[in-house]
Design a protein around this ligand. Structure first.
Ligand code: ADP
Ligand code: MG
Length: 705
């Protein structure tokens, strides 16, 4: 379906539902620019809401202006001067009975300068700022001359729209003006898609009323209410968007309920042997989630379950049990990790665990090429490979499974929503779809999980394996580096191992690796006698593997690494971690890193070696980390500080961007949105489709087609 088709939700044959080209000022070029913003129909313009507003409804006396305001003011020119300093400029002093303000112009014509002579009346609009001697406005919009005073004031606030290159605010205002003029015309109104009793119950204004208000708020509306999105008109649209989102997720869930999946009701024999061989009993929490998963897998509807558990909570064992249930039932299981390093670690664990059961896991990595790759593919296609481990390479089109019963995705937040959808499609065959288990070590706050993953079931491991001592975290400035190095020396002399993690702000992997190499060299100089290893993303998998194994076998004392070791790496004797420049990492990432230590009974420490001075935000982040070792608490804080886009790792792709709603701030609306979504799906199915089209258009992730 094309974007245009899916987004028209107005009456058939109306201008409102038709293409934007119907409006004055829209030719092919403008239409093209608008379509970049997802605007195809006239109605789409009305859902493109202002970012902020300017107030030209009130004329403020100069004495009432404050720095930072955008304001309309007026007065008489008391002095005007051409200044020929470094940069030629025109300075104009404007005064009224309450005070004076300096207007500065850098670009102006001779006629303009001549017109602004003392005694001239002026009215101007601009941002007020504090200059060296007085308040100033730089390049205000202005009117001058005797008529300036008689220009009528605006009756509505002036909207400022999010725009794209080549589209002026004046165009936006003209376009939205034309679209707004259609509202209320017979056959042209935007269709109300929320049932009237819902609007009543939550005291929400009608759609067309809310839209008109938000595009042209009447004089006297408090700009702060609008900025903080408290106004009922905002809540009305935010609510509808949340409903649309819930409708789309719930519809996907309902559709999934109609798809067939293989019932994985194995006899439990492999699982029993596996548990017997395991050197520890499962924790209570592990047993609970294993039971939840196991029950789902026995059904003939595809499971879609998110398994959340803090770093080190023992998700891998849970995954192995689920995979074995699939194998017992004669189906294959695939386990995907976000990086090759991690997939190798899974491979290692599974090899060790499954060898006594005579199951040899198959590994498919991006670096497998040619014949080698073909052999692996053959084993997957023939079904000989019962447990398949890999990275996103498993997504690729040439990978075919004989009988895939279960897909396990580890650390899913890195895969992004789109990939999740794609994977879901992957296993779907004519006769059904495999079960899916998604595991994440970045706890997602409950509120966000409810909004974003309403199509998933949730399992939570909320308990750590016994015998762990919480990690103590300290922050130390770079000026005390020597002390920190001494601490590493001491720990290693006592038979412990340590990590030294290098971070870099640059995205470039090459630079990161260079930084780690430099650090390793410097540390080798400062710590003679220590056996130091180095891992970074540029090493060949085999080299990296060798270093990691050396560290795991305690042949190395100190492991210098980039953030590639962030997830998954597991060495219990490592009791000290130094993180250089922690101010460059987000909370969740730091928490993940820190999870590499404190995996055994030894008391562990994490030293955040920061470069002073710390920004306010960085200080706050570090404080949170020092105070808490609970991943869920940390995630809540992270969400509060960075917003959902960052926390979910989807900011760049924009997949999870809402237009009006703030899924965290609008939490109070969420429960209502969920109820309403069910109501619409049950009783107004035709509206469900229209709601999704209106808010998400052709964005595949929500289409659920
Ligand atoms: P994560 O949830 O971060 O993936 P892992 O599965 O890597 O955690 O488990 C971390 C460590 O804890 C591993 O060494 C694992 O063998 C161990 N472990 C898992 N479950 C238990 C348990 N019930 N008791 C003791 N140790 C456990
Ligand atoms: Mg893990």
């Amino acid at each position: 379906m094309s974007e245009k088709v899916t987004r028209q939700v107005a009456e058939a044959g109306s201008v409102m539902g038709g293409p934007v080209e119907a409006l004055r000022g829209v030719g092919p070029r403008v239409a093209e620019r608008l379509s970049k913003l997802g605007i195809g129909s006239v109605q789409d313009l009305l859902f493109h809401l202002p970012l902020r507003y300017q107030d030209r409804t009130r004329l403020l006396p100069i004495g009432e202006l404050n720095a930072g305001d955008e304001a309309l003011t007026g007065g008489v020119v008391s002095d005007a001067r051409l200044v020929c300093g470094r940069r030629r400029s025109l300075k104009v002093w404007l005064t009224d009975s309450t005070g004076g303000i300096l207007l500065r112009f850098f670009h102006f014509s001779g006629t303009q300068a001549a017109a602004l002579k003392p005694g001239t009346r002026m009215r101007c609009f601009g941002e007020v700022r504090l200059g060296p001697r007085s308040l100033e406005m730089v390049h205000p919009e202005y009117q001058q001359g005797p008529a300036a005073d008689s220009v009528p004031l605006d009756t509505t606030l002036t909207p400022v729209y999010p725009s794209t290159e080549g589209l002026q605010q004046s165009s936006w205002r003209s376009l939205t003006e034309q679209a707004l003029a259609l509202l209320g015309e017979p056959g042209e109104d935007v269709r109300e898609l929320l049932p009237p009793d819902v609007l009543d119950r939550f005291s929400l204004p009608a759609l067309s009323e809310a839209i008109r208000f938000l595009h042209r708020p009447p004089a006297g509306v408090r700009a702060s209410d609008l900025r903080e999105r408290r106004h009922p008109a905002f809540r009305r649209l935010a609510f509808e968007e949340l409903v649309a989102h819930q409708v789309s997720l719930r519809r996907m869930r309902r559709r999934r309920q109609r798809v067939h999946a293989p019932a994985l009701n194995g006899d439990g024999s492999l699982r029993a042997r596996f548990l017997d061989d395991l050197p520890f009993p499962l924790t209570e929490a592990q047993r609970r989630v294993v039971a939840e998963i196991s029950a789902d897998l026995e059904r003939t509807r595809p499971m879609l379950r998110l398994l959340q558990g803090d770093v080190g909570s023992g998700k891998t064992v849970v995954a192995a049990l689920a995979a074995l249930q699939s194998v017992e039932s004669g189906c294959q299981a695939a386990i995907m990790a976000p990086t090759e390093l991690l997939s190798e670690q899974h491979l290692r664990n599974l090899r060790r665990w499954l060898a006594p059961l005579d199951i040899a896991p198959v590994w498919l990595a991006g670096r497998h090429k040619g014949r080698e790759r073909q052999q692996v593919l053959d084993r997957i296609a023939s079904g000989q490979g019962l447990v398949v481990v890999g990275t996103h390479a498993l997504f690729q089109d040439d990978v075919t499974f004989r009988d895939l019963g279960l897909v396990i995705v580890d650390e899913q937040h890195r895969f992004g929503v789109h990939q999740r959808m794609k994977l879901r499609e992957k296993g779907v065959q004519a006769d059904g779809s495999p079960h899916q288990l998604i595991m994440t070590a970045t706890p997602i706050p409950r509120s966000l999980a409810m909004t974003m993953y309403a199509d998933l079931d949730l399992s939570v491991i909320d308990e750590m394996p016994p015998g762990r001592t919480p990690v103590t975290t300290v922050a130390v400035p770079d000026s005390r580096r020597e002390e920190v190095i001494a601490r590493v020396r001491e720990a290693c002399a006592g038979g412990r191992q340590a990590y030294w993690v290098c971070t870099l702000i640059e995205e470039s992997e090459a630079l990161q690796c260079q930084a780690a190499e430099d650090a390793a060299q410097a540390l080798a100089g400062a710590l003679p006698g220590l056996r130091i290893g180095l891992v970074h993303g540029r090493l060949k998998a085999a080299e990296r593997e060798a270093v990691m194994q050396g560290f795991a076998a305690a042949d190395l004392d100190l492991l210098v690494a980039t953030t590639v070791i962030e997830v998954g790496v597991d060495v219990q004797n490592a009791s000290l971690m130094i993180v250089e420049n922690p101010e460059r990492l987000g909370l969740a990432q730091l928490h993940q890193l820190r999870g590499r230590v404190g995996r055994g009974a030894i008391e562990s420490h994490c030293v955040l070696l920061y470069r002073a001075p710390l920004s306010h935000q960085a200080r706050e982040r570090i404080d949170i980390l020092r105070r808490s070792t609970n991943g869920f608490q940390i995630a809540e804080q992270d969400l509060r500080m960075r917003g959902p886009g960052e926390v979910l790792g989807t900011r760049q792709t924009g997949e999870m961007q809402f237009r009006v709603a703030d899924p965290v701030g609008d939490e109070s609306l969420l429960a209502a949105a969920q109820q309403t979504a069910d109501l619409i799906l049950d009783r107004h199915a035709e509206k469900a489709r229209d709601l999704i089209a209106r808010w998400f258009g052709a964005r595949v992730a929500y289409g659920g087609v």
